[in-house]
Design a protein around this ligand. Structure first.
Ligand code: PXP
Length: 238
């Protein structure tokens, strides 16, 4: 299992006080030192945590692939085409949301058209494109039509499920979706809300090849340090 570490919340801490520390670029290097397979950062339209400067320096500093999470907004797509991360993960974005709230709804024609256009531009620029979608057969089929290279399943509902039955139900959806996505030839990733406990069952799904995890790792790092927090997560997923 590959582990991508999302370092957005190092920047959240920095922005809480408007300081220059902690620097997500240093965080990215420490995650790389700890053995992660990729670094993930989300340049949100409101720039609430990661800024252009972070994206620029992270890309220059790290050797593992850089996965830039982003909306389909033209300015952001153009910025990515300029920086050329190895991968772009397209996510829906709502200004007031606390964090990404769900996968992109590709059944919505307007969304689909924008995504298709962004996928085409990014791929032409030599960037591998992933779509963050809910674990749903129709969404997967639509994702295939866009020409995206890979998909990442939103594990948010699974992570937030309150009852044992709810967790089980969401886990089954993810397993079935992963199996179906594989038959279409997708590389399958998953993420959102995964922590040191709920990650275990997701890591057992053999069709899922990569997990992208941020908040829980950065929170753990406050107590044990970033390298130890990444290593500990690696121990659970690999
Ligand atoms: N994958 C995607 C597409 C995301 O939007 C996020 C959150 O930025 C993550 C993974 C990581 O989620 P979390 O911070 O809850 O681990």
């Amino acid at each position: 299992m590959k582990l991508g570490v999302n370092i957005d919340h190092i920047a959240t801490l920095r922005e809480a006080r408007g300081t220059v520390y902690p620097d997500p670029v240093v965080g990215a290097l420490l995650c790389e030192y700890a053995g992660c397979n990729s670094i993930v950062a989300h340049l949100r339209e409101d720039r609430r945590h990661i800024k252009e400067r972070d994206i620029l320096f992270i890309k220059k500093a790290i050797k593992v692939p850089f996965n830039m999470e982003m909306s389909v907004n033209k300015d952001i797509v153009d910025f990515a085409l300029n920086i050329k991360p190895e991968q772009s993960t397209l996510v829906p974005e709502r200004r007031r949301e606390l964090t990404t709230e769900g996968g992109i709804d590709l059944m919505n024609r307007n969304n689909y058209k924008k995504v298709e256009k962004a996928v085409e531009s990014l791929k032409q620029g030599g960037i591998v494109v992933s779509l963050f979608i809910d674990p749903n057969k129709k969404q997967i089929e639509k994702a295939k039509k866009t020409g995206a290279d890979l998909i990442e399943f939103n594990t948010g509902k699974y992570s937030e499920a309150k009852s044992v039955a709810g967790v089980k139900r969401e886990l089954i959806k993810i397993k079935q979706a992963a199996r179906f996505a594989k038959t279409l030839g997708f590389f399958v990733a998953a993420g959102h809300g995964l922590d040191y406990e709920n990650v275990k069952d997701i890591a057992k799904i053999k069709e899922i090849e990569e997990l992208n995890i941020g908040h829980s790792i950065i929170c753990r790092s406050v107590f044990v340090g970033l390298v130890a927090a990444v290593e500990e997560m690696f121990g659970l997923v690999s």
